[in-house]
Design a protein around this ligand. Structure first.
Ligand code: SF4
Ligand code: SF4
Length: 392
């Protein structure tokens, strides 16, 4: 039986640095100590409503006690007592019909065909695993850089990360077991993955729930860098633009590695990097996980707008990111604020440097996602609760 509390109480001396350094709460140190003690003791604390699940606090803890895991566990206890807000159901993986299945029905023909071809699950030793975030932005795959790769993935093979990010840890355990079995049957030995969320789930999170994945997981940033270094990808055009980078929350468990690598790739392609006010360990969530504490859709949009405005304030000519989910949430913020700074997935910037013309459909896709969310919001009673069926 797995305990869902992965916080290491024995190593924590209640110093409060995690909440003091938190880029959202920014608590004075004395208050941070008091609020963290409440969290440890299972008492009510504003941390549980204001936290945006950005994962940074794990990196601020000098004892490696994993305070973020304690927040997730307290949220889990809250769900066990009160259930989950029904408003979340439409956005969660494996809750069909949901926003993902509705969005797939509205994809343009070329993407619809592509996504259907990825959904064929067959035995393969090496796969490119698009994950939901890339399935929703499948036009990112329309490029020569992926020639020779076998794409395999579907909404039924989702890594399930959102369940973990909002703390429904029992469901995370169920998904871990399901995926362990499925990938074993598919004989996968090597997975290239465009999303660090999935990478963190397979490498770090699901093993804590007792799952074993007998395959190598290679984030697309490593894959791109290796191809650039080996000369297998050759830039034809210098990017020659100033770019700011949004570090996604799931890069944080890997320390500096992907903060550095994303910048190194773009600099190699001729970009000049300017930093947002909050970057690297202090990066703010794109907004996607801001629902976790407050259960408010408005908080998702407010967090997204705040983050997008930080990018605009840098004066960069592009906002680059390396997560599909961040791409569509921040693109919604761009629509809402009528922002000027275009948003590019790092894959699109690589494609531009290779002399390709990526379809760049982020704004139309974000508008569709926003419309679906609004249509759902008027149907659901915000007070209603549910508990998900077992995922297997
Ligand atoms: S997860 Fe992020 S927002 Fe939440 S307490 Fe930790 S650092 Fe703060
Ligand atoms: S989790 Fe770490 S940073 Fe937070 S109070 Fe404990 S020792 Fe300090």
């Amino acid at each position: 039986m797995v305990s869902y509390n992965f916080f290491d109480r024995a190593s924590c001396d209640l110093c409060g640095l995690c909440l003091n350094q938190c880029p959202v709460l920014e608590m004075p140190i004395d208050k941070a100590k008091i609020e963290f003690k409440k969290l440890v003791d299972g008492q009510e604390t504003e941390v549980l409503t204001k936290c945006t699940s950005c994962m940074s606090c794990n990196n601020f803890c000098p004892s490696n006690s994993r305070p973020y895991e304690l927040i997730l566990y307290r949220w889990y206890e809250r769900y066990k007592e009160k259930g989950l807000p029904l408003a979340a159901k439409f956005f969660l993986p494996y809750q069909f019909p949901n926003f993902g299945s509705a969005l797939l029905e509205q994809l343009p023909q070329d993407e619809n065909k592509t996504v259907k071809s990825w959904a064929k699950l067959e035995k393969h030793e090496e796969i490119f695993y698009p994950g939901c975030n890339m399935i929703f932005l499948s036009y990112l795959s329309f490029s020569k850089i992926f020639e020779g790769l076998t794409f395999m993935g579907s909404l039924e093979l989702c890594c399930g990360e959102p369940w973990y990010r909002i703390g429904v840890l029992e469901i995370s355990e169920q998904i871990a077991k399901k995926l362990e079995k499925q990938f074993r049957e598919l004989g996968v030995k090597k997975m290239i993955i465009p999303c660090l969320a999935g990478c963190n789930m397979y490498k770090n999170v699901y093993p804590r729930f007792g799952a074993t994945f007998n395959f190598e997981v290679i984030p697309v940033l490593d894959w791109l860098w290796e191809k650039l270094e080996q000369g297998k990808l050759k830039a034809k055009i210098k990017l020659n633009r100033t770019v700011t980078i949004h570090d996604n929350c799931q890069s944080k468990p890997f320390g500096n590695k992907y903060y550095d690598l994303s910048r190194k790739i773009l600099q190699t392609l001729g970009a000049n990097i300017v930093e947002m006010e909050h970057n690297r360990d202090k990066a703010l969530c794109c907004g996607m996980a801001a629902f976790a504490g407050s259960h408010s859709v408005d908080d998702i949009l407010n967090a997204a707008v705040r983050r997008y405005k930080e990018a605009e304030n840098t004066g960069a000519s592009a906002l680059a990111l390396y997560c599909g989910g961040c791409q569509w949430v921040l693109s919604i913020a761009k629509i809402l604020t009528q922002g000027k700074t275009p948003i590019f997935h790092i894959l699109e910037l690589v494609q531009l440097a290779m002399g390709e013309k990526p379809p760049h459909r982020n704004i139309e896709r974000a508008q569709k996602i926003f419309d679906l969310a609004m249509q759902e919001a008027v149907k659901v009673d915000p007070q209603q609760r549910f508990w998900p069926q077992k995922i297997e």
